[in-house]
Design a protein around this ligand. Sequence first.
Ligand SMILES: Cc1cc2nc3c(=O)[nH]c(=O)nc-3n(C[C@H](O)[C@H](O)[C@H](O)COP(=O)(O)OP(=O)(O)OC[C@H]3O[C@@H](n4cnc5c(N)ncnc54)[C@H](O)[C@@H]3O)c2cc1C
Length: 416
Amino acid sequence: MFTPAEMVTPRTLDELVLEVSRALTAGRSVRVAGSGHSFTPVVQTSGLLVDNSKLAGIRHVDYARSLVVVGAGTVLSDLNNELAGLGLALPNLGDITAQTVAGSISTSTHGTGAQFFGLAAQVRAITLVDGFGRVRHIDDPDGVRIVAVNVGALGVVVEYTLEVVPAFRLEAREGAMRVEELMDCLDEVVDTTDHFEFYWIPHTKWCLTKRNSRTDEAPAPLPRWRHFAEKTVLENVGFGAVCRLGSIRPSLIPRLATVLPASGSRAYRDQSHKVFASARLVRFKEMEFAVPRSSGAEVLTELRQMVERQGHMVSFPVEVRFTKADDVALSTSYGRDSCYIAVHMYRPMDHTAYFNDVQSIMVNHGGRPHWGKMHTLDHEHLKTLYPRMDDFLARRTEYDPQRVFSNDYVKKVLGS
Ligand SMILES: Cc1cc2nc3c(=O)[nH]c(=O)nc-3n(C[C@H](O)[C@H](O)[C@H](O)COP(=O)(O)OP(=O)(O)OC[C@H]3O[C@@H](n4cnc5c(N)ncnc54)[C@H](O)[C@@H]3O)c2cc1C
């Protein structure tokens, strides 16, 4: 929790410029809040907090070039619905859609798919208000690559131009698989499925796999009762009960874990955004690292051995995803095909020892932490992981020499 000196909700670019200029005159720092879905104190400020929720909605559509101009504060679920109404879609999404467009892009939010990128790679232009209170429009390709992922440290983004694709459907196939069996064919499964992810269940030899493939077949969503029974009751209420029980008696966690692979298999087809994202009602803390895809299986094996060796009691599955290398300067997938490994801890339980042990493994494999998820790495370490960090920092000095858009977290990860 934190208490800003002031909070404003601008409705227009002019109002925003005025508020930033007032903060500059008053000598206040400025941060922007998205939906507050980051696990790091990335938004905190004792100065001016800008709520960008009124800078929302699709403002322009260019069908010929597959571009949309969208307000930075648009919540992804609203964007998906608006795009669907226009016959358009984002090519890939993460597993929830409660985040804002700016919050997601600023922290390099991603989904899964060996041939697909995170959201920041869809950006074609950005308009922001900088540390002088001036409006900047960046649309040269290299400039966009440098500024897209910025942890809110370059200014207040007002709108993005995003490349989109024609609306499409996905066929989902979900089911349990033995982890050793999956490790033997991992590359093949990842390469032959448009969007593949899996969850290893700690204390078991099992994974839950999710294969989403593009399809022209007619929609065949799960019946409403089954969606409610499995996606809401089993995956959230039932799983929440397992986590609560485990937090009261941690020694029960390994036995409780054996019920998770029985959560069943299912297949369904629907519009892409309805398949990519699902409800996450159980509260947790999360750490996620991107490692080179070629190291993914080895890292997971080390992680599994470590959990057993150290006796960590973990009720949350370990999530594993994949993306293609991109060229966005501070993207966690910059320059390398990536495997994302995310660990979670039920919110009331202490995560420290488990997350520290996971981070040590990730660091040994050149892992890059998600900018919005928990880690303890600092700028000295992070700058070794991002070949274009200096280009980003030069741009930051140009846009915000006084570091108006900084806070403790930003100082730690960006050095000032
Ligand atoms: C349940 C859950 C599921 C998640 N799933 C995924 C997933 O599948 N994949 C993944 O990669 N991540 C995932 N995340 C992480 C999440 O996508 C990121 O933390 C994201 O940043 C949250 O977006 P937000 O709108 O809540 O932004 P916030 O957390 O509010 O802010 C994030 C950053 O964006 C900046 N920002 C926001 N708006 C602006 C603006 N207009 N101008 C400049 N800076 C701005 C903020 O200052 C801050 O630095 C998940 C998080 C949760 C809680």
